[in-house]
Design a protein around this ligand. Sequence first.
Ligand code: MN
Length: 421
Amino acid sequence: MPLMKSWVESANAPDCPFPLNNLPYGVFSTVGGEERCGVAIGDMILDIAAAEETGLVSIASTPVFDVPYWNDFIDLGGAIWETLRARLIELLSEGSDDQEAVAQLLIPMASASLHMPIAISEYTDFYAGRHHAQNVGTMFRGPENALPPNWLHIPIGYNGRASSVVVSGTDVRRPWGQLKSPEHDLPAFLPSRRFDIELEMGAIVGAASEWPLTVQEADDAIFGYVLLNDWSARDIQAWEYQPLGPFQAKATATSISPWIVTKAALEPFRCDTPAREFELLDHLKDVGPMLYNIDLDVTMAPQGKPATTITRTNYNEMYYSAAQQLAHHSTSGCPMNVGDLLGSGTISGPERANRGSLLELSWGGKEPLTLDSGDTRTFIEDGDTLTLSGTAKGDGFQIGFGKCTGTLLPAFKDPFKRQPS
Ligand code: MN
């Protein structure tokens, strides 16, 4: 599919992340203004709450966009998702009859603050990247036992915390926790020393259900995708994770990119999951291409220093699609809700340069990375800024998500007194 041309000139640049083909949904505010829904186009944001007020966009009998989340709109269902996208394309296409009226409702992105685009109802994190599971399993259990016996049959996951999902740009405080180093017999309560990222994609559930979903129904129920950094305290995790999985290690924060890229925008980039080592049971079998070809990278910048790209990979490295994860999640009859967030699991590729966490990049802290600034790193140090980017490359255009960035603040000196150290 070629570039769809817009009268918003900046949207037609081949390297613009927000062409007319994209139209991602976010929540923004300007100085002194309320948080409300907006749509990215080029270097501008369409104030869709204002477009609704003026009647340029008419989707429901009551307004749905003058609120700081997209849940109300998403809840209207897939047919309405298509109606809105078609109307936005009509309004913003080159030659639109409404150009003059719509131009009044564009706000420069540079003058806006971006907020959480959605009220997250629940957050579930999976462990569905083959190379990541192989790498981490090898480090913890040896190469023969790297993959647990269930891994090739179900996408393993755990229930995370929706309360600590934050939007890009939110600082993250280094947590305290109970750790036990191999050289000590007993645990101690200390600031985490092995704080890490996980490069993931997040899928936003767009339809409520209270019954098992087929893989096709699950794919239809997904509204869109965000970049996701699942911050992880590896030393807390190593002590607490057996037998119930991660708990406090993953509860500090999960960052997402500010723009939800819809499934419709990603349609031209669909691709297949990799070949299966074991045939999946029927209820989890692929019924079409349900992964996406999205280039991903992470940069790391020590405080006041330039950023270095520390990894490059692609969403197509996943073993299970978000649709398979959602289908599996619903098999028990677990109710799923609009605004549920599913983390893909860390997306690592086959080579060292494609690893999606510092745990893997530094091989458990044994092989430090050297950054362009000359600094070396095994895990994140105080003041470091980590930034995830994602790009689907089309024919003369790109689809972007906006950055997913966060800076690590030092641990509190005494976490119970909440005084910065
Ligand atoms: Mn994770």
